[in-house]
Design a protein around this ligand. Structure first.
Ligand code: HEC
Length: 117
C-alpha cells in the first residue's frame, strides 16, 4: 500500500470511530447528564446523596430509591408532586419547586429519581 493510501485508510478509520462515539453520546438521555447535579443541589440535603433518605429528629425524609415502583410515582407523578406536593398528600418540609426549577429541569430530575434503585 502507498503511504497516501495508508493515511487515507487511517483517516477513514478515525472518522468512523468519532462518528460512532458521537452517535453513542447523542443516544444518552439528557436526564443522565444534568439530573445528578440538579438532584444534588435541590434534593440531596433532605433525601440523601444517593436517595437513601434520612431521619432528623421527628422529621422523616423518605428514601427515593425504589420510589418509582410505588403507586402514583411514575415520571409524570413525580413532576406533578414537584409542582404541587399537597395534591399528592405530601406535607412540608417537602415543598413545591415551581419557583425554583423549570419544567424541563423537573422532568429531568423526575426521570432520574424514577430510576433510583
Ligand atoms: C426540605 C427537605 C426536602 C427537600 C429539599 C426535598 N424533599 Fe422531597 N420530601 C421531603 C419530605 C419530608 C417528604 C415526605 C413528605 C410526606 O410524606 O408528607 C418528601 C417526599 C418526597 C417524595 C415522595 C416520596 C415517597 O415515598 O412517595 C418524592 C418523590 C420527593 N420528595 C422528591 C423530591 C425531589 C425530587 C426533590 C428535589 C427537587 C425533593 N424531594 C426535595 C423533604 C424534602
Amino acid at each position: 500500500m502507498q503511504d497516501r493510501d495508508l493515511l487515507e485508510a487511517e483517516t477513514r478509520e478515525v472518522g468512523h470511530r468519532v462518528r460512532e462515539q458521537l452517535a453513542r453520546q447523542d443516544s444518552t438521555p439528557v436526564a443522565t447528564r444534568a439530573a445528578p447535579v440538579l438532584y444534588e443541589k435541590w434534593c440531596s440535603n433532605c433525601h440523601g446523596r444517593n436517595g437513601e433518605g434520612a431521619q432528623q429528629g421527628q422529621v422523616h425524609f423518605p428514601r427515593l430509591t425504589g420510589v418509582g415502583a410505588k403507586p402514583q410515582r411514575n415520571v409524570d407523578d413525580i413532576v406533578g408532586l414537584l409542582k404541587n406536593p399537597e395534591a399528592y398528600g405530601l406535607q412540608p418540609p417537602m415543598r413545591s419547586f415551581s419557583e425554583k426549577l423549570t419544567e424541563p429541569q423537573m422532568r429531568e430530575i423526575a426521570e432520574w429519581v424514577h430510576r433510583l434503585r
